[in-house]
Ligand binder design. Structure first.
Ligand code: PHE
Length: 349
């Protein structure tokens, strides 16, 4: 092979490498020209037989053949690899993979179970919006506008800039409800007594997230208004709910507390389901877990909704759904409920 023939083969190989559409096609070019049984060894073999001047020219052409074809092959491979990386991540030609049906979220399971239990006691579900007025969330619930829970560090206000927050009144703006209690107000404003409702729903507070706090969480509100309702009715209702939800061994206790919209007010604890009251990490070694706030509807709230406080009495409660789910299913960290890892959720069928 003379120098001119080698040069033309070089051009041909470079063109073929450049035109190769796949990595396999590039590899075929490489084997054909540079491989052990390819053209390069033949060229080198020809060099032996060449003489004098011819030999130098063939040598230069052979070197050019090797470096140029190698470079063309490498460049084409790199270009193809780049094109793959820049191309669609999703392969539309792959058949779909069936991952099986999903499962009910523990929060949904607890709500569904609570709705069933309370339905048997004559409670119907009522719902309200997540975006509320300060009137429904605070004022009508006998919560004055200097109450700390209105503070920007506790409540998510909507449409209020930093300057606006320093300057009440808040009445012009809206908020993400901090509790399901405003549904009590909506219900009583629109329905005459008697009333028996539960309200499952999402609530929002500016809490820093940790193992037991989340900026959004769920409550189940209960409201029972009738003649001569007593604290004993409240306790009996919550105790029988606790037994059905957690099992017959569960204990219920009331601790005196304060809420602006109930009088008297209590906090409601269930005995710890994880350790059966003996004391463990989940109940912080007290044997009890706070599940709900509750109390007798304050006459002032009846006044706000136009009910005759002399004629009507009632109890209300608001319980934490995540709390119940955590002790019912032994979930150690509330954040697990919000990560929605399918492997975690699949355990609660
Ligand atoms: N809304 C109260 C809270 O979120 C709970 C509660 C509801 C208390 C009803 C009394 C009556 O803490």
């Amino acid at each position: 092979m003379n120098a001119a023939e080698i040069d033309s083969l070089t051009a041909q190989a470079v063109a073929e490498a450049g035109a190769a559409g796949t990595a396999d096609a590039v590899e075929a070019v490489r084997i054909r020209y540079l491989g052990r049984k390819g053209l390069l060894p033949q060229i080198m073999a020809g060099l032996k037989d060449a003489t004098g001047q011819e030999r130098g020219a063939i040598g230069r052409s052979a070197n050019a053949f090797k470096t140029q074809v190698t470079a063309a092959v490498d460049a084409r491979l790199a270009a193809l690899r780049g094109a793959i990386q820049q191309g669609p991540v999703f392969d539309y030609t792959r058949p779909g993979a069936w991952r099986g049906p999903g499962s009910m979220h523990p929060v949904s399971l607890v709500i569904a179970e609570a709705v069933r239990i309370f339905a048997r006691m004559g409670f119907r579900v009522a719902e309200g919006p997540d975006i509320e007025t300060p009137y429904n969330n605070f004022e009508a619930l006998n919560t004055p506008d200097y109450h700390p829970s209105l503070d920007t560090t506790d409540t998510f206000w909507l449409g209020v800039g930093a300057a606006g927050l320093a300057a009440p009144p808040y009445q012009a703006s809206q908020l993400l409800r901090t509790q399901t209690s405003p549904v009590q107000i909506r219900m009583m404003q629109s329905h005459p007594p008697p009333i028996r409702i539960i309200t499952p729903g999402r609530c929002y507070r500016r809490d820093t997230t940790d193992a037991t706090h989340s900026a959004n969480f769920h409550q189940i509100e209960g409201l029972y208004v009738d003649r001569q309702v007593s604290l004993a009715d409240l306790k009996g209702t919550l105790a029988s709910f606790a037994r059905e939800m957690m099992g017959s061994g569960v204990g219920v206790r009331f601790r005196p507390h304060f809420f602006p919209f109930t009088e008297p007010s209590v906090e409601v604890d269930f005995s710890c389901h994880v350790c059966a009251g003996k004391g463990c990490r989940v109940c912080k070694h007290s044997g009890w877990i706070e599940i709900a706030g509750a109390g007798m509807v304050d006459p002032r709230v009846f006044g706000k909704v136009g009910y005759d406080a002399e004629a009507w009495t009632g109890f209300a409660f608001g319980m934490g759904v995540e709390r119940i789910a955590m002790i019912k299913y032994g979930i150690p960290d509330i954040r697990l409920l919000y990560e929605n890892d399918a492997r975690f959720l699949a355990q609660f069928e």
